[in-house]
Design a protein around this ligand. Sequence first.
Ligand SMILES: Nc1ncnc2c1ncn2[C@@H]1O[C@H](COP(=O)(O)OP(=O)(O)O)[C@@H](O)[C@H]1O
Ligand SMILES: [Mg+2]
Length: 347
Amino acid sequence: MARLTLNALGKTFGTTTAVAAFSLDVKDGELVCLLGPSGSGKSTLLRMVGGFETPTSGEVLIDGEVVTRTPPERRPTAMVFQSHALWTHMNVFGNIAFGLRIRRLPKAEIASRVGRVLALVGLEGYGKRQTNQLSGGQQQRVAIARALVLEPKILLLDEPFASLDQHLRERLREEVRDIQHRLGITTLFVTHGQDEALSLADRIVVLKEGRAEQVGAPAEVYRSPATPFVAGFIGSMNRLPGSVEAGRFRHGALELPLEGVPDGPAELAVRPEHLVVRAAPGGGAASLRRLTDYGTHRIIDLETSEGARLKAQVADGADLPQGPGLQLEPTAWAVFRNDQVIARSPA
Ligand SMILES: Nc1ncnc2c1ncn2[C@@H]1O[C@H](COP(=O)(O)OP(=O)(O)O)[C@@H](O)[C@H]1O
Ligand SMILES: [Mg+2]
């Protein structure tokens, strides 16, 4: 277990700023997900923590000790890379034992440690297998075992399941969460998948262009996105342009009271599951375009009188009239102006 502190960590490549003055405290045993689109600096950040990239500015501390310029093999960290490439000229045992052989551990200890991590990742008895005799999911487990066998204080995972199909990804995700809990190992997990971050993380860091847009627990980031970018990136979100006039947000016939907000342009963000749709005899704010039944839930596509498209989750939907006769009632929402939240629905 270890505490990780990043102090104004920065990395530039020529004129590209990959990571900009990034600060974060990761608690003992905490699992933090770095979530962001491709190119947002996730890998660069992780590589600086692991010692594979030298920061241009700032520092990395582990348990209060500065390791910014310590080489990877002398840090208490282990990394599972985005392309996990196992060594094909070694069997599973050889792949996992490699790091311990370099550290010149006695043979018997190597054997017992490899045996333990194989059991931990559910590959008991697979030591003699060649890596090309393994499925994609098994190879991924070996890559994780290879990191865990070093008994790192901090585990770094860079999109470890990106190449696997949905079902396998979900299963391995649960296994990693399980192992991480049992070992109490401080973990940084990089992903560009919001589902993965929401289901795995104690806290999520949403990255955009090398900066943290928001840091918070999954529920917090989901329910109270701090910026329009976070609102759009996590979960499904409707965004309606409009304006605030005399204490009310307006988008066509859709209105919301907003106390103490100055007049001006604004954007309403509301999730499909937080939009109640009712028939409004005599005309409303929107019309029904289409109903899609996903089995587990139903989604309707709407168009407002202002021409904006949006989605709402409905229990039934069959009762809704065709034509411009729908009333919209957001039950949880945020209003943004200039990339900042200016109002939020009461909790
Ligand atoms: N070795 C490098 N040389 C030049 N530019 C790089 C290098 N590594 C990363 N970058 C740039 O830094 C930015 C962040 O990249 P990266 O950390 O790989 O993002 P992510 O992992 O979120 O996709 C990108 O613009 C990328 O092109
Ligand atoms: Mg990456």
